[in-house]
Design a protein around this ligand. Structure first.
Ligand SMILES: Nc1nc2c(c(=O)[nH]1)N[C@H]1C(S)=C(S)[C@@H](COP(=O)(O)O)O[C@H]1N2
Ligand SMILES: [Mo]
Length: 263
């Protein structure tokens, strides 16, 4: 695990993007697909220590990530990170076609929710064709369908003290002698209420595959791939990220990545 972390961080800081291209399964390296090289700008910005506040000022609250057309989808969506959870609860749910799946919504809300997949799919939906940029140096364009996170939050009625949304996932990302760690991530309420932020259950016109986070994964289109929690089990509305993991707001953030991974 330690070796893995070091190699990922070396990729982030070391200009070895071309090296990771050798591992690609049909996805473009950043340079091949970006207009204006904004991912490199992101990498430089974070290397220079530009803070969340500065990035927020530059990016703004409401600007939209670029959307593409069907013909821009030139390859299958490359799965990354955990792609086949082996957790017992997950395997049981998967065996039952996710009929027993529930998304739990709790924390600083007036009405905690427990939503089945059918209930989520009956809510208003949004479909968008967007580019996924992984910090490892590849991009893929895919079509995502899901319920706007803002809609789910409105059903739960978020309290005024709320600041962040924490996502708890079903998959174990790390196993060691000291225990198991399940993937977790977080975003602020600006991104949570952004029109392109959806809880996706569909990909490229089909049910979301297991490899890409079935039954439900986050799309938060103005940030890097590691922010987009797959296998989401619960969302908690909180006023501080300090109590979770090592306090940096996500599994990878606790290992040195930026919390605000704007692109
Ligand atoms: N639960 C969970 N979510 C996750 C990960 C993971 O390992 N587990 N990996 C992250 C990373 S680094 C990326 S690039 C994307 C990959 O999404 P994909 O498999 O659809 O390409 O998921 C992100 N969300
Ligand atoms: Mo990633």
């Amino acid at each position: 695990m330690t070796k893995f972390n070091i190699s990922r961080r070396a990729l982030l800081s070391g200009g070895t993007v071309a090296g990771s291209g050798a591992l690609l399964s049909g996805c473009d390296v950043f340079d091949g697909v970006l207009r204006g090289g904004n991912v490199r700008d992101f990498m430089e910005a974070s290397a220079n220590g530009l803070s969340y506040r500065v990035q927020r000022l530059l990016i703004g609250g409401h600007s939209l990530a670029q959307e593409f057309t069907e013909t821009d989808i030139r390859q299958p969506m490359r799965p990354n990170g955990v792609t086949a959870p082996t957790d017992r609860t997950y395997l049981e749910m998967e065996a039952g076609g996710f009929a027993d799946y529930r998304l739990e919504v709790s924390g600083l809300v007036q009405k905690p929710l427990s939503l089945s997949l059918d209930e989520l799919m009956a809510m208003p939906s949004r479909t968008q064709i967007t580019r996924h940029d992984c910090v490892e140096g590849w991009s893929c364009i895919a079509k995502w369908t899901g319920v706007p996170l803002a809609h789910v939050l409105d059903q739960a009625v978020v309290k005024s003290e709320a600041r962040f949304i924490l996502f708890r996932c079903l998959d174990t990302i790390e196993r060691s002698l000291t225990g198991e760690i399940k993937y977790y991530e977080s975003i602020d309420l600006i991104d949570a209420r952004h029109p392109q932020t959806i809880l996706a259950y569909g990909m490229n016109g089909e049910r979301l595959p297991v490899a890409n986070g079935a039954p439900l994964r986050l799309r938060v289109e103005r940030q890097l791939g590691y922010k987009m929690a797959k296998y989401v089990r619960a969302i908690e509305v909180v006023d501080s990220l300090a109590p979770f993991g090592d306090g940096q707001g996500g599994y990878w953030e606790d290992r040195g990545y930026e919390w605000y991974a704007g692109i």
